[in-house]
Design a protein around this ligand. Structure first.
Ligand SMILES: Cc1cc2nc3c(=O)[nH]c(=O)nc-3n(C[C@H](O)[C@H](O)[C@H](O)COP(=O)(O)OP(=O)(O)OC[C@H]3O[C@@H](n4cnc5c(N)ncnc54)[C@H](O)[C@@H]3O)c2cc1C
Length: 355
C-alpha cells in the first residue's frame, strides 16, 4: 500500500517545520506521506507495536495483505518519517498508562508546529443489557484485536479469549462479518466451533455489510441468521460463563425522513438460544486521545472531533482526520481524509493563517 506521495529521492530540503501525528492508521500514514513530501519533519506516535492501525490489527489478511501495508510503512521510514511506537498519547486529565511509554498531548501541541489527531474508532458501542459483562460475552473488536495480536506473534494463541461450540455474533456491519468469519477460518478446530448464529436487529436487506455478504456467510459457513432480533439478556451456566442469550423479536417501522426503517420490539416475543460465547459487534465509536474540552478541542455529539472543512479543530495548530473525525468508515476514506488534512496542514505551515 502506497502512503508516500513522492518518490523517496524527491524529498525537498527541510522547511524547518515539525508535525506530530497521533495515530498510525491509514489516515495518519496518508498524512505523513504527504507532509514528508513537502519537506516537513514528521513524527508519528502510536500506542501499538507497529504502524498500520486497523489495517494490521483489525482487518483480516485475506482482505488487506499485511505485507503491502508494511512495505508502504517501510517506504515512509526510508523517506525520513519518524515513528514512535508503543507510545500512548494522553490529553489533559487522562492518566498515563500503567505500562509502556506515553506522551502528553499538551506537550506535542507546545513543541510542534502542527498536530494531527488520527486515532480512529477503538471504543465499541455496548448493548446495555443484563449479563453483558459475563465471561464469554466479548466486544467483537476487542476479541479480534486479541486474535491478531496472537496471529502476528505479539502474544500466544493460548491467550486468545476462548469461544466454544456455539457462538452468537450480534451486529450487521463489517465487524460482524469478521466476527463470524475469522473464528471459523482460523480457530474452528481449536475451539470446536460447530454453530454460529448471527443476530441482527433489522433484516439482511438493511444490513451495512450488504445482502451479498449476509447471504455469503449463510451459504459458505452455514451461519444461522436471526434477523429482526436483539439480545435483551445473557445468562450464566453453573460455571459462571455465558450459557444462553434471550432474544426479543423486532418489527420494522418506517420513520419519515429516515432512510432505514427503525426496529421496534414485539412485546411477548422473547425466546432463548443456548450459546457458549457471544461476540458483540454493535458499532465502533470515536476514540480521541483526550476528554472533551481538553486544550479547547471540542467534540461533536457523536464523539467525533469537531473540525471545519479544512480539518481544523477548535484549537489552533490541531487538526483531525480519519475515522475519529468522520466516524467508523472504510480505510480508503480514512486514507483520503489523511491526505486532504495534510494539504491543509501544509497550507497552515506555509502561511501561518488560521482564519
Ligand atoms: C473489524 C473491522 C473490519 C474492517 N474491515 C474493513 C474492510 O474490510 N474494508 C475497509 O475499507 N475498512 C474496513 N474497516 C474500517 C477501517 O479499518 C477503518 O475505516 C480505518 O482503519 C480507519 O483509519 P484511521 O486511520 O482513521 O484509524 P485506525 O486505523 O483505527 O488507526 C488509528 C491508530 O491510532 C492509534 N491510537 C489510538 N489512540 C491512540 C492514543 N491515545 N495514542 C497513540 N495512538 C493511538 C491506534 O493504535 C491506531 O493505530 C474495518 C474496521 C473494523 C473494526
Amino acid at each position: 500500500m502506497k502512503f508516500l506521495k513522492c518518490s523517496e529521492g524527491a524529498i525537498p530540503p527541510s522547511t524547518g517545520k515539525r508535525v506530530a501525528i497521533v495515530g498510525a492508521g491509514p489516515a495518519g500514514l496518508g498524512a505523513a506521506g504527504v507532509l514528508r513530501c513537502k519537506g516537513h519533519e514528521v513524527h508519528v506516535y502510536d500506542s501499538l507495536q507497529e504502524p498500520g492501525g486497523m489495517l494490521i490489527f483489525a482487518i483480516p489478511e485475506y482482505h488487506v495483505p499485511k505485507a503491502g501495508v508494511r512495505s508502504g510503512v517501510q517506504e515512509l521510514v526510508r523517506a525520513g518519517v519518524n515513528f514512535h511506537m508503543r507510545t500512548r498519547v494522553v490529553g489533559c486529565s487522562e492518566p498515563a498508562p500503567r505500562e509502556g511509554a506515553s506522551v502528553r498531548l499538551e506537550d506535542l501541541v507546545r513543541d510542534f508546529d502542527a498536530v494531527l489527531v488520527a486515532t480512529g474508532t477503538w471504543r465499541s458501542r455496548r448493548l446495555e443489557v443484563p449479563g453483558e459483562d459475563l465471561p464469554g460475552v466479548y466486544v467483537a473488536l476487542d476479541w479480534l484485536f486479541e486474535f491478531y495480536q496472537a496471529q502476528l506473534g505479539y502474544r500466544s494463541m493460548d491467550e486468545v479469549p476462548p469461544l466454544g461450540r456455539r457462538v452468537m455474533v450480534v451486529g450487521g456491519g463489517l465487524t460482524a462479518v469478521d466476527a463470524v468469519e475469522v473464528p471459523l477460518r482460523y480457530l474452528r478446530d481449536r475451539f470446536g466451533i460447530q454453530k454460529v448464529y448471527l443476530s441482527y436487529r433489522r433484516t439482511r436487506n438493511e444490513a451495512p455489510m450488504s445482502v451479498r455478504e449476509f447471504n455469503r456467510l449463510i451459504q459458505q459457513y452455514g451461519v444461522e441468521p436471526l434477523e429482526l432480533t436483539v439480545p435483551v439478556r445473557f445468562s450464566a451456566g453453573p460455571e459462571g460463563r455465558v450459557a444462553s442469550a434471550t432474544l426479543q423479536r423486532m418489527r420494522l417501522e418506517s420513520v419519515p425522513g429516515d432512510k432505514r426503517p427503525h426496529p421496534v420490539p414485539v412485546p411477548g416475543s422473547e425466546f432463548g438460544v443456548e450459546v457458549d460465547a457471544v461476540l458483540v459487534a454493535a458499532g465502533e465509536l470515536p476514540s480521541p486521545p483526550f476528554q472533551p474540552g481538553c486544550l479547547g478541542i471540542e467534540l461533536n455529539r457523536d464523539g467525533t472531533v469537531k473540525t471545519d472543512q479544512k480539518f481544523r479543530t477548535t484549537t489552533r495548530k490541531v487538526f483531525a482526520a480519519g475515522d475519529v473525525r468522520h466516524g467508523a468508515s472504510l480505510y480508503g476514506l480514512a486514507l483520503k481524509s489523511g491526505n486532504d488534512a495534510a494539504a491543509s496542514i501544509d497550507e497552515f505551515l506555509r502561511t501561518g493563517s488560521w482564519s
